[in-house]
Design a protein around this ligand. Structure first.
Ligand code: AAL
Length: 438
């Protein structure tokens, strides 16, 4: 009896499946035009079944086409003139540039400057570092600055913020600075190391110096202005890449945290970005309760855009190689995906400090290339210029292409298999042949 029941149920199921498929076929046949996706893609999201991918094209992006998206761009790079690196022997580094500002008829940029008698020994050998031997590329550094009339040829002006004497914050190294102009005064925020980077990790808080002129003299506030988080919190060790903008009558300072360190994973840490807000440049800065606010990226690079703020998110994390946007300056969404993004970019942002409600975007700035000589034994970083079209004021089609045609040589020389990978593949092949013989 049970067997007959099962047969009957199976028969009923098959009949209903066939009729459902038939009705679907009839439905599509009768309404073929509406089911087939149209050749000319509808401007607005059509009221019809859409795949997740096509629905996302309408819901998540400004335009179906990246080339028509204001917050999409390619990036172009130009070698800077005016900076000497001792033939790349690792004793001089310039890196992690600030935003670029325009004052007194010229451009200004500040950056980490290391000039040590020897090249860095590396963070893993931080125990060997001393007053003249740097651990990392940014150990034993000061904040220097340069000026330019065109953004391509720079004149180095010298030190802006030197390392202060012990035990002041930054006595070991002051690095990775950024500039704020607020009520006619200038503020340089920077990482303030009190131990050689790598001894415990890349651990530091943020300190600040201020001046009446971009040419200094700079007075240290002699205090930590953005402290490390409480024990067990995501930013308990690293407050990196301080990046101030002005919004809503306040100072919105974005920064990076390195956390979740798991030595068995490569890389061992993840990096995300947080936000701290103050009404006074010397603090107190209140960290946003939704921190971290950007789930990827490495150095912070943001700019006011229309009502909100945009971010160049590069190097680390699930959403690296994206440009993101937050209309509320807190909740970021991906605006576009791109490549060859500038690393540690300091854009020229004319409306960075104007508390604008209609940000115009950016078209160039200074970024850096780490391990510029291609040999970690002589590790040093150089500054470079980048150009792009993330500006509502320009429309440069050459920046809106979406395909880089890399040469075969680029793939083979820079992205070939390692010996270990070749050995694994050869082993797989021989296993396959062995199995065939059996
Ligand atoms: C940079 C920045 C911070 C880190 C180190 C120097 O790219 O993220 O400044 O501490 O690397």
């Amino acid at each position: 009896m049970k067997k007959n029941k099962r047969i009957v149920c199976l028969l009923v199921l098959m009949v209903s499946l066939v009729s459902c498929e038939t009705s679907l076929k009839i439905n599509i046949e009768e309404n073929k035009d509406s089911f087939e996706f149209p050749f000319f893609i509808p401007e607005d999201k059509p009221d019809r079944p859409l795949s997740a991918a096509v629905a996302r094209n309408y819901d998540a992006y400004e335009s179906i086409r990246p080339e028509q998206t204001e917050l999409y761009t390619q990036f172009k790079y130009t070698e800077l003139k005016g900076f000497d690196y001792n033939n790349g022997d690792g004793t001089i580094t310039r890196r992690d540039p600030s935003k670029v500002i325009f004052e007194n008829g010229k451009y200004y940029v500040w950056y980490t400057y290391r000039h040590t008698p020897v090249k860095p020994v590396g963070m893993a050998r931080a125990k060997e570092a001393n007053d003249t031997i740097p651990s990392s590329d940014w150990d034993l550094s000061d904040i220097w600055y340069a000026t330019s009339n065109d953004g391509f040829i720079w004149e180095e002006q010298g030190v802006a913020v030197p390392r202060p004497p012990k035990p002041q914050p930054g006595w070991r190294s002051v690095t990775t600075t950024d500039i704020l102009k607020w009520k006619g005064k200038y503020y340089l925020y920077y990482q303030a190391f009190m131990e050689a980077s790598g001894l415990r990790g890349d651990f530091c808080p943020v300190a600040v110096s201020y001046s009446d002129s971009p040419d200094g003299p700079w007075i240290s506030a002699s205090k930590v202005v953005i402290p490390n988080g409480s024990e067990g919190s995501w930013d308990q060790y690293s407050i990196h890449d301080p990046y101030p903008l002005v919004h809503d009558g306040k100072i919105y300072l974005y920064y990076k945290g390195d956390f979740d360190k798991k030595p068995d994973l490569k890389p061992s840490k993840i990096r995300m970005q947080g936000l701290a807000i103050a009404e006074d440049p010397l603090g107190p800065f209140v960290k946003h309760p939704l921190n971290p606010v950007i789930n990827s990226g490495h150095e912070t690079t943001l700019f006011p855009f229309k009502k909100g703020v945009a971010a160049i998110v590069q190097r680390d994390g699930q959403e690296h190689n994206t440009i993101q946007y937050a209309e509320d300056w807190v909740n970021f969404e991906i605006a576009s995906i791109t490549e060859l993004l500038p690393v540690a970019a300091g854009p020229y942002i004319p409306d960075a400090f104007t508390d604008t409600k209609d940000g115009k975007g950016i078209s160039w700035g200074i970024s850096h290339f780490i391990n510029a000589g291609g040999d970690w034994k002589y590790n040093h970083t150089i500054l470079t210029r980048f150009d792009c079209d993330l500006s509502v004021s320009i429309h440069d089609d050459q920046m809106k292409k979406h395909y880089y045609n890399y040469s075969p040589e680029f793939y083979y020389s820079k992205h070939g298999l390692s010996e270990k990978q070749r050995a694994r593949i050869e082993q797989q092949t021989s296993n396959l042949n062995e199995n065939k013989k059996d």
